[in-house]
Design a protein around this ligand. Sequence first.
Ligand code: HEC
Length: 127
Amino acid sequence: MTRWVVIVLAFALAACTAVDQKEAAGYKPDGKYIFNNAAKGNCIACHRVTSEKYVGPGLAGIGSRHSRAWLEKWLTDPQKVWDENDSETQELKKRVGAESRKFTGMKVINLLQDTERTALIDYLMAL
Ligand code: HEC
């Protein structure tokens, strides 16, 4: 009985390692997939890619509202950007009526790899 448990665990571990290796080798992150996938960006939980507001603002035309550099920071640590309150962030706060709110409602649910974040930003800039 215990032997079976060990065998099953060994197979499960081997399967996980195989997936990791695949991601490391030929893995080309797809921004749209990351946006929509719950285990990746899961942005779809709060955003629409149209101008429709959901939990957060609709992201149509986002590339004309924000610089790449701002998006890089925002998608890494939104609360830090919220606290630093640069001019782009002030514009966002004003637009969503949150000038005096201390915390952003934006959550980065899963930590993205750098290449994934870049692919996601490419996707956002083209919306
Ligand atoms: C839990 C909900 C939630 C999730 C998940 C979320 N966001 Fe947000 N996001 C927000 C909210 C809310 C705001 C507006 C700021 C505020 O009110 O705090 C925002 C703001 C933004 C903005 C600035 C919008 C503008 O019009 O200036 C961008 C860009 C953005 N989010 C991208 C993303 C991306 C990409 C993901 C996925 C990695 C994501 N968000 C995940 C809630 C979320």
